[in-house]
Every structure is written in structure tokens, then in C-alpha cells.
Write a protein that binds this ligand. Structure first.
Ligand code: C2E
Ligand code: MG
Ligand code: MG
Length: 471
């Protein structure tokens, strides 16, 4: 080959090689770009799968997957790590009152505060709409752990400034330790849930640490809740009646108090099963039964004690929310020929704080039927004198605490006297409950209580026992 030909061939070869390389490089770039796009797509899909869209926190799925490897590591190094569950209380009402957008922004603020509070190696997650989890991989002594939770609680309870609103949220926290759960994710999650529910039920406690005894309590609560329907079907419930008297010790009414003797669980106190029925959504069945049974008994009680008496029925807040309450009542009144003036409803104080306007609508309807409405257990924790002026009530039931304080403390009489006076100013009758001694009875009469109730006068008893007693 001539030198010139050779040179030309070389130039061509070079050009072809450059073209081939360029094409290859172009293809490679294209493939790299595709790969990058695929990775980004995969990552964003992974992100969507693993992270909560609103708060950008790891979601339940990702958290529980990660938790088991964290627990394995803690177990290997014998570290008693901890899990905290934070539940926002009544969060639905924030959405209802301020709208979903504000609700969402509160949740974003909560998650941001929580992330700030968490130690660097902690893991924060959004478990459900208003529940958050915080995993602490290091071991704390119990005091330090409770101190940390207390600080977390205080910080999350500070008001949230959203536009012009200062929004406050209630919360409860459960705490559970890894060792107690044998370093098993499902057990740790169950324990922390039990601890949180325990804190919620014991309203004085904002947070509680899981204890094995709580598991037994929860089991018992489940058994009780599951037995309620059977109890109703098998006629295991009954009503006792406790007399209310006037200052001359004459019977002016009776309070119906439910009793339950279950074939497996034995005698249960209403202080145990009523709250369980409320939490498990079974209270309405119980209240319907109570209303029907009491209305069945009222004519007999009137025939025995006089047409003037009132029979009081205890209702729960949940009953007040039920659409069917009034129709159940009207039907039972018609069926048994009951006059509303012979019926009183007792509702505990705690119920009112929620929504006074809505409660007043129900009370007005009950009063329109001729029935009266009493505020039960006045003085047990939630007392606010100002809301007494806003609620449409006929009777104030002074809790046993006031009755006990009358004799026990110097100021007891002054306080009770002022409450009674105020109730009278608001056109309410006053009934004192839990009277056990003659001295208490005399003081209460002196103060001006119209109705008196307690073991001093008579204990709750079945209808048959009331009928066999003298009038
Ligand atoms: P409550 O409505 O405040 O009823 C008064 C409670 O105090 C009753 O307890 C009664 O037996 C008790 N008691 C009455 N006098 C005295 C006394 O002199 N000394 C003492 N130590 N106690 C006295 P019980 O029957 O165990 O009921 C407890 C609570 O359970 C009731 O408190 C009420 O909140 C709830 N409850 C009872 N029956 C029903 C019901 O049919 N429906 C609903 N929703 N709740 C009910
Ligand atoms: Mg009552
Ligand atoms: Mg009471």
C-alpha cells in the first residue's frame, strides 16, 4: 500500500473509531440517563411507599420493618431501648372546628417538634392519622426516660400558632421497653399501645410506662366488653333503686342503678363496666335496656311511693350523641304510659365540657318531654362554675366529696353553702349524694339542699325489696 493510501486509510479508521466511540458514548449516556431516571423513579416510589406524604416521616410500614433490625441490634448489645407512642386527643374536633387544612398544618408542626426533640439516633414515625412513634435506641434509666417523656409532653402541648389561631392539643403517651417485649416488634407495639390506653383511661396521667399488670387489665377489659351483649341476651342485668328523700325524710324519688351478675365474670360494678361499655361502643345497648326496664318499673314505683316521685336514669355522653335516644324514650314513654314529670336524667359533669351547645339542644328536647335533667357528680375534677350558667339544668347533684368535706374541713361548709346558693340563684334544685351520717344530713338540710341520698337513708335495692319496705 502506498504511503498516501495508507495515511488516508488511517484517517478513515480514526474517523470511524471516533464515530463509533461517540455513538457508544452517546448510547452510554442515554443508558445512564435512563438508569438514573429509573433509580429516581424507584426512589420516589420507595419514598411514597415508606414515607408519610404529609409529614415526610417514615410511615408505619417502613418503621415496623426498620424497628425489628433496630431491636435485633439492641438485643445483641443488651440495650433496653424504648418506644414511645404519642396519641393526639380529640384531633377530629380540630379538623371539624378549623378545617382539614389547619388540621394538616398542626400535624406537620407536631412532627417537626417531635423530630427536634428526638435524639440524633432516634426514629420518629407517623403511625396513623393522629398517632406518632418515637424509638429511642439507647438505654435510659427509668427516671431519665420519664423525664424525657415529660419534656416531650410539655413541648408538644404548647399551643400551635396557625394563621391567627393558637391551637392547643391534648395528648397521651405510652412508653414500653424492648426487654419487656422480648425485643419483638409486634409485642413492643402492643405494649406501647396498652400503656398509652392506660394513660388515656386514667385522665390524671398524661403518660404511663408499660407494666405487665396492664396486660391483665386489658385482657379483663376485653372479656368484659365481649360479655356485654351476651349479658343483655341472657338477662344478666338488673336495676336497683336508691331512694332520694326531702328534709323530712320522705321519699321524693329513686335513682336507678344498674347491676350485672355475669355467669363467668361474677358480680361486676358499674364503675368497671360502664366505662368499658362506653369505650367499646356498647353503652347504647345498655342504656336502651336501662330505659326500657326503668320505664317498665316506674308505674309500680309510683303506685308504691306516690305519683309525685321522679325516677332518675343515668345516661352517658355517648347516649346524648345518639340520634336514637329521643325516639327510644318517646316510644318507651308511650308504651308504659309514663309522664315526663316522673323522669329525671343524670349526666356526669365530664360530658359537658365537650360541646355545651349540642348538649343544650338534647337537654331542651328532654325537658320538652317534661323530664328533668340533673348534673351528676358535681365537684369531681372538672367543675367549672361558669359553665353551670350556660347549661340548661334542673338539678345539681353534689358529689360525695363535698358531703365528706362538710364535716372533715373547716372550709367545707362554706364552699358547699356557696355552691348551693349559686345553684338556687340559677333556679336549680340541689341533691346531695353519698350521705352516710346523721351529722352530714343535718348540715346539708341546714345549708338548703332539697334532696338527700345516701346509705344513711337507704342503700340501693332491687324493686322487690323497695316494694316490701314501708312507704
Ligand atoms: P352515680 O350515678 O353517682 O351513683 C351513685 C353511686 O354511689 C352508686 O354507686 C351508689 O350505689 C353509690 N352510693 C350511694 N349512696 C352512697 C353512700 O352513702 N356511700 C357510698 N360510699 N356510696 C353511695 P354504683 O351503683 O356502684 O354506681 C356507680 C356509678 O356507675 C354511678 O354513679 C353512675 O355513674 C354509674 N351507673 C350506675 N348505673 C348506671 C346506668 O344505668 N347507666 C349509666 N350510664 N351509668 C350508671
Ligand atoms: Mg347518678
Ligand atoms: Mg353521682
Amino acid at each position: 500500500m502506498h504511503g498516501s493510501h495508507f495515511n488516508q486509510a488511517c484517517v478513515e479508521l480514526k474517523a470511524r473509531t471516533v464515530r463509533t466511540f461517540k455513538a457508544a458514548a452517546h448510547g452510554l449516556c442515554k443508558r445512564l440517563a435512563i438508569a438514573n431516571a429509573l433509580i429516581a423513579d424507584y426512589m420516589s416510589k420507595e419514598h411514597v411507599i415508606h414515607y408519610d406524604k404529609l409529614t415526610n416521616l417514615p410511615n408505619r410500614l417502613y418503621f415496623t420493618q426498620t424497628l425489628q433490625s433496630e431491636l435485633d441490634a439492641a438485643k445483641a448489645s443488651d440495650v433496653n431501648s424504648a418506644l414511645i407512642l404519642i396519641d393526639l386527643l380529640e384531633f377530629k374536633s380540630i379538623n371539624d372546628v378549623y378545617g382539614l387544612d389547619v388540621g394538616d398544618r398542626v400535624l406537620i408542626h407536631v412532627s417537626a417538634r417531635l423530630e427536634k426533640l428526638a435524639p440524633a439516633n432516634g426514629i420518629v414515625s407517623r403511625l396513623s392519622s393522629d398517632e406518632f412513634l418515637l424509638y429511642l435506641p439507647q438505654e435510659y434509666c427509668e427516671l431519665d426516660l420519664l423525664e424525657f417523656v415529660s419534656l416531650t409532653f410539655d413541648d408538644l402541648s404548647r399551643p400551635y400558632q396557625i394563621d391567627n389561631w393558637q391551637i392547643r392539643i391534648g395528648l397521651t403517651c405510652g412508653i414500653a421497653l424492648a426487654k419487656e417485649a422480648n425485643y419483638v416488634t409486634s409485642e413492643l407495639l402492643a405494649n406501647v399501645d396498652i400503656a398509652q390506653q392506660y394513660a388515656k383511661q386514667h385522665s390524671s396521667q398524661h403518660f404511663s410506662l408499660f407494666l405487665p399488670a396492664m396486660k391483665a387489665d386489658k385482657l379483663r377489659m376485653q372479656q368484659v366488653a365481649e360479655s356485654i351483649q351476651d349479658g343483655l341476651d341472657n338477662n344478666e342485668f338488673s336495676l336497683h333503686y336508691q331512694a332520694k328523700v326531702n328534709k323530712h325524710a320522705e321519699v321524693v324519688g329513686y335513682e336507678a342503678l344498674i347491676r350485672w351478675n355475669n355467669h363467668a365474670l361474677g358480680e361486676l360494678s358499674p364503675t368497671e363496666f360502664i366505662p368499658i361499655a362506653e369505650q367499646s361502643g356498647k353503652i347504647r345497648h345498655i342504656s336502651t335496656w336501662v330505659i326500657k326496664q326503668a320505664f317498665f318499673d316506674i308505674p309500680t314505683l309510683l303506685a308504691h311511693s306516690g305519683e309525685h316521685i321522679k325516677v332518675a336514669i343515668n345516661l352517658s355522653t355517648i347516649d346524648l350523641k345518639a340520634q336514637t335516644l329521643l325516639s327510644t324514650l318517646e316510644l318507651a314513654m308511650l308504651e308504659h304510659g309514663i309522664n315526663g314529670k316522673n323522669v329525671e336524667f343524670e349526666i356526669t359533669e365530664t360530658s359537658f365540657l365537650e360541646n355545651i351547645e349540642r348538649v343544650n339542644i338534647v337537654f331542651d328536647k328532654l325537658r320538652a318531654l317534661g323530664c328533668s335533667v340533673a348534673l351528676d357528680d358535681f365537684g369531681t375534677g372538672y367543675s367549672s362554675l361558669s359553665y353551670l350558667t350556660k347549661i340548661h339544668l334542673n338539678v345539681l347533684k353534689l358529689d360525695k366529696q363535698f358531703v365528706d368535706e362538710l364535716i372533715a374541713s373547716k372550709h367545707g361548709k362554706v364552699i358547699t353553702e356557696s355552691i348551693v346558693n349559686m345553684a338556687h340563684q340559677l333556679n336549680m334544685r340541689v341533691c346531695a349524694e353519698g350521705i352516710e351520717t346523721k351529722e352530714q344530713a343535718q348540715q346539708l338540710i341546714e345549708i338548703g339542699c332539697e334532696e338527700l341520698q345516701g346509705f344513711y337513708y337507704s342503700k340501693p335495692a332491687p324493686l322487690s325489696a323497695i316494694l316490701s319496705s314501708k312507704k
